[in-house]
Design a protein. Structure first.
Length: 194
């Protein structure tokens, strides 16, 4: 499939995902949207010119939509297709650690999203993700703690305007404290890329 077609379809998918608050959908709701998109002339209607009909849903799900969260971070194959994006990573570092901390250049990585931060004297591992990724964030931070004298920071992120779950935050705070890790809860606003 030509790259311009991939970009065209991925951009359409990301706009649709943004319009329906993709992050808040259940797996069943997402499956329903995959089925609708396969039948949509602006998505599946284009893809069937390049893929067998049976592969269209797989391409949507395992291609652009698998990359959706990373694209919102400005990372990955389809990052240029995101119609909105989170603020720069250095903003998140400052929200989690305070204004004296900066992102270490070229340190942003994924799975989970993470980076190194510095206050000029110390370097600290910082990882972040949505509440449903908390298990992965804990594990990544514990792994980083093994080789560092600085306590890693986990930032649990929600989107501005999405519901805050106080009981879930209380549980996450308790688990992080039990593991000897720092945690912050940060709300992030998506802004248009264009």
């Amino acid at each position: 499939m030509p790259k311009p077609i991939q970009v065209q379809v991925a951009t359409e998918l990301y706009q649709r995902a943004e319009d329906i608050d993709w992050d808040l959908l259940t797996d069943r709701e997402r499956a329903n949207y995959y089925a609708k998109w396969v039948d949509d002339k602006k998505i599946g209607g284009i893809l069937v010119g390049y893929l067998p009909v049976g592969d269209v849903r797989v391409w949507i799900k395992d291609g652009p939509m698998k990359e959706y969260v990373r694209a919102l971070e400005g990372i990955g194959t389809y990052a240029s297709c995101a119609t909105k994006r989170f603020p720069p990573h250095d903003t998140l570092v400052k929200q989690g650690l305070g204004p004296s901390w900066d992102l270490v250049p070229q340190s942003v990585k994924e799975k989970p999203m993470h980076c190194m931060a510095t206050d000029g004297e110390h370097e600290r591992y910082v990882c972040w993700g949505a509440p449903h990724t908390f298990k992965d964030l804990i594990w990544a931070a514990l792994g980083a703690a093994v080789n560092s004298s600085e306590t890693p920071l986990i930032i649990v992120t929600t989107r501005t305007g999405h519901p805050q779950l106080t009981q879930e935050e209380d549980f996450q705070n308790a688990v992080a404290a039990r593991c000897g890790l720092r945690i912050a809860h940060v709300s992030r606003k998506l802004t248009p890329t264009g």
